[in-house]
Every structure is written in C-alpha cells, then in structure tokens.
Design a protein around this ligand. Structure first.
Ligand code: DQA
Length: 148
C-alpha cells in the first residue's frame, strides 16, 4: 500500500474552462477521480488544490507524517518557487512533477522548473493523462525502492 499526496497549484481549479486549447476540457474533479480509480486498492490517494504557495507548503510538510510520495502540478510556481522546491527537498519524499501542457514548447519562462531538480522526474505534455503517467512512474519508483 502506497499513500500518495496529489497537489495541484494555482489556477488548476479552473481546468475545464481555462484556456481549453492548451489545457483541455477535463476538470480537476475528473482528474482526481481518475487518479483514485487508477490507484485501485493498492494505493491511497489524497488530493489538494490551492492558489496559495504557503498552503501548498503546509500540505507538503504534513505529508511527511503519512505519505510515501508526492505527485505535483505546481502550476506557475514551477518556474519560480524556491520555497516549494525547498519544501520538497526538506521532506525528502519521492516527488514527480507533472504538467498538462508541454512546458518546453511554450514561452521561454516555462522552460525552467526550479522544482524538477529535486524530483524523481517530470512528465509534461500529455494533457490530463500526464497525471496518470506520473502516478505510474511514482508508484513504480516507490515499490522498487522498497524492494531494495
Ligand atoms: C502547467 C504549466 C505552467 O506553466 C502553468 O503556469 C500552469 C499549468 C501545466 O500543467 O501545463 O498553470 O503547470
């Protein structure tokens, strides 16, 4: 049983209506439901969205006491939040960063993630399925590291 905290950063509560040509039609509720379904009975998924950096950091800190890993779309915080990066590094939980859009094919400011260097890996560009791919990668990483 792996316990995963799924974090969604700013503006992701608007999915389904926000810039649909970039982010698609799927809502955050649907993504969360799909993640719970994909995890099945083998894993526990808890989800949290906030538009506030400090609340995301608080949630990362509390995950230290119960979670085995973090799946996170930090939204625009990806590109400049050293505070979220330090929180991820500080709790030392395996973390996968995901993005719906391909951040590397967009504006230059989106090409850099300050958080990815403290993550196991990054998935970008597969729409809402980036989350499913990220979950798969994270669960494999956790189980392989347990087996060692
Ligand atoms: C995003 C990409 C970010 O650059 C942007 O600020 C977002 C969404 C994505 O999922 O593609 O809010 O993280």
């Amino acid at each position: 049983m792996a316990r995963i905290l799924v974090l969604h950063g700013p503006n992701l509560n608007l999915l389904g209506t926000r810039e649909r040509s970039i982010y698609g039609n799927v809502t955050l509720e649907t993504i969360d439901r799909e993640l719970v379904a994909a995890a099945g009975t083998d894993s526990e998924i808890r989800t949290f969205q906030s538009n506030h950096e400090g609340l995301l950091i608080d949630e990362i800190h509390s995950a230290r006491s119960w979670a085995d890993g973090l799946l996170m779309n930090p939204g625009a915080f990806t590109h400049y939040s050293y505070a979220i990066r330090d929180a991820v590094a500080g709790v030392a939980l395996p973390t996968v960063e995901v993005h719906l859009s391909n951040v590397h094919s967009r504006e230059a400011f989106r090409h850099r993630s300050v958080i990815a260097p403290v993550c196991v890996g990054q998935i970008s560009g597969f729409g809402w399925r980036s989350y499913l791919l990220g979950l798969q990668g994270l669960l494999s990483f956790i189980s392989e590291n347990r087996a060692e």
